[in-house]
Design a binder for this molecule. Structure first.
Ligand code: HEM
Length: 158
């Protein structure tokens, strides 16, 4: 005997079903876009203490990079003020802050340096020391480091 369990429920009107699916699709696209552009989540930016604090972190980190025997040679003949400003803008942007990074992409700007993993690690370690010195919480540090780790394959080419 055929089941009658569903036979009393009228089917959703076709137009409502279509509207629902449309709404779901729009929400999915919006969520993906927000995640991609970080438009709705500036928690890392705020955790880092905003733009002034990011500039300070990069200033302290740069002092370490320029005196670290493992990597200091890489910065010969480089416009340090411009580099600090670019890195600060980039970090501000990827952390969800109101900044616009206008430099080159990571592969283009590092390929000529032929960097290996050890140099990448040295730069990352100095950056973490700088954040320690400026009392950036460990969890916030790790969130930033995870974003930078994602760039490793463009930066480390040797
Ligand atoms: C995830 C790690 C890294 C990030 C986010 C990063 C970020 C940047 C940014 C934003 C620029 C500016 C690009 C431009 O001017 O258009 C840059 C350039 C540069 N980076 Fe990095 N960098 C990373 C790793 C490294 C490492 C490991 C070294 C060396 C040990 C390094 C050395 C340099 C140098 C020397 C430049 C200047 C290149 C030039 O102007 O020709 N970077 N980096």
């Amino acid at each position: 005997m055929p089941s009658i369990a569903h036979s009393h429920r009228p089917p959703w009107p076709r137009v409502m079903r279509a509207a629902f699916i449309g709404l779901l699709a729009a929400a999915t696209v919006a969520a993906g876009f927000a995640r991609h552009s970080n438009a709705s989540d500036d928690s890392l930016y705020r955790g880092l203490g905003g733009k002034d604090s990011i500039v300070k972190v990069i200033d302290v980190a740069m002092t370490k990079w320029l005196t670290d025997p493992r990597i200091l040679d890489e910065f010969d003949n480089i416009n340090i003020e411009r580099l600090k400003s670019r890195i600060s803008d980039q970090i501000c942007q990827i952390a969800g802050g109101p900044c616009q990074y206008s430099g080159r992409d990571m592969y283009a700007s590092h390929k000529g340096l032929h960097l290996n993993q050890a140099k990448f690690n040295a730069l990352a370690e100095d950056l973490q020391l700088a954040m320690d010195e400026l009392d950036i919480p460990f969890r916030t540090q790790n969130r930033l480091m995870a974003l930078l780790a994602a760039m490793q394959r463009d930066v480390v080419t040797r």
